[in-house]
Design a protein around this ligand. Structure first.
Ligand code: CP
Length: 340
């Protein structure tokens, strides 16, 4: 596989197409996404054992670097690394030297000097994990745990695993993503994954103020009326209003937003009777979703959380495997040149 320097894949794939960093779903084909889902499937059983461990990352050091708040992503990355037998370091940014003005580059240089093998990075700036991957020591894998509005690739993959478990596949599926699409890195990664995996219809349902300009170019259709958008859906994915990224007033009020775009039992009844309800979390009850729906029989929200561990185990194991394969390939090439 050849990639030019403008493609994210010159960074995240080895020359023979294996994962070595996981930064974005852009440019990753159906075969690799399916490989991640299949690998995650094989790790689900590990979480059901009394001793929930496999030795794939034994002796490796994984550093969780979260520059933004997180409950689900950070905890499931930590559990995933531990279930792969890695040593895990959680850097508390609030009490780290970052709070004394140390730059991201200097923090990373110091953590690399501790012989770290993998950084899991969440950052408010879009592109921060990509920037780190460009300069990190060869052999160290970078995993994107959510960057700005850009991407949240492991979230989208755990969502795809949950959809595949409940629906058997993607062909012909009608999926809607509802709410604050404008500020959502999750929606961007989900639309990318759903398109690559062959979903039948991908709709976004939102007021115009919460949609990115040219949203259709992401590979979806737009519906402003939730009543129409819910019709015949197989999967509805609700999103939180991301107030921390909002500049100015984009909504008349939360009450008005809930009336028009909140998922109530009445609105859910417009979808296919077997429609599943998803949400990446954290949920805001009574703002984008009614409690009776979030806790109801069609909700798979907590399945998503459980699947986060298996997906993150898969991505970490595959990226470390790609780094090892690449190092071996380079050593072989050096040996061959030395012998020539
Ligand atoms: N879905 C998600 O990213 O949740 P956290 O912010 O809790 O990690």
């Amino acid at each position: 596989m050849t990639e030019n320097a403008a493609s994210p894949n010159h960074l995240q794939l080895t020359r023979d197409g294996q994962l070595r960093h996981f930064l974005t779903l852009d440019g990753l084909g159906r075969e690799l996404l399916t490989d991640i889902l299949d690998t995650a499937d094989s790790f689900i059983e590990v979480g059901e054992r009394t001793i929930k461990k496999v030795p794939l990352l034994r002796g490796r050091t994984v550093v969780n670097l979260f520059f933004e708040a997180s409950t689900r992503t950070r905890s499931t990355f930590e559990l995933a690394a531990k279930r792969l037998s890695a040593d895990v370091l959680n850097l508390d940014i609030n009490t780290s030297a970052t709070s004394k003005g140390e730059s991201l580059s200097d923090t990373l240089l110091n953590l690399e000097a501790m012989a770290s093998d993998m950084f899991v990075v969440r950052h408010a700036q879009s592109g921060a994990p990509h920037f780190i991957a460009e300069s990190v020591t060869p052999g160290v894998a970078i995993i994107n745990a959510g960057d700005g509005r850009h991407a949240h690739p492991t979230q989208a993959m755990l969502d795809m695993l949950t959809i595949r478990q409940h629906k058997g596949g993607f062909e012909g599926l009608k999926v809607a993503i509802v709410g604050d699409i404008l500020h959502s890195r999750v929606a961007r990664s989900q639309i990318r994954a759903l398109n690559e995996l062959g979903a039948g219809q991908i709709r976004v349902i939102a007021p115009g103020t919460l949609l990115p300009r040219d949203v259709e170019s992401l590979g979806c259709t737009v519906e402003y009326d939730m009543g129409k958008g819910m019709k015949d859906l197989d999967v509805v994915i609700m999103l939180r209003l991301q107030k921390e990224r909002m500049e100015g007033a984009l909504l008349p009020s939360e009450r008005e937003f809930y009336r028009l775009y909140g998922l109530s039992q009445e609105k859910l009844a417009l979808a296919h009777p077997q429609c599943i309800v998803m949400h990446p979390g954290p949920i805001n009850r009574g703002v984008e979703i009614e409690s009776a729906v979030a806790d109801g029989p069609q909700s798979v929200i907590l399945n998503q959380v459980t699947n986060g561990i298996a997906i993150r185990m898969a991505v970490m194991a595959m990226a470390m495997g790609g780094q090892v394969a690449e190092r071996q390939q380079k050593m072989n090439e050096l040996n061959e040149r030395g012998q020539a």
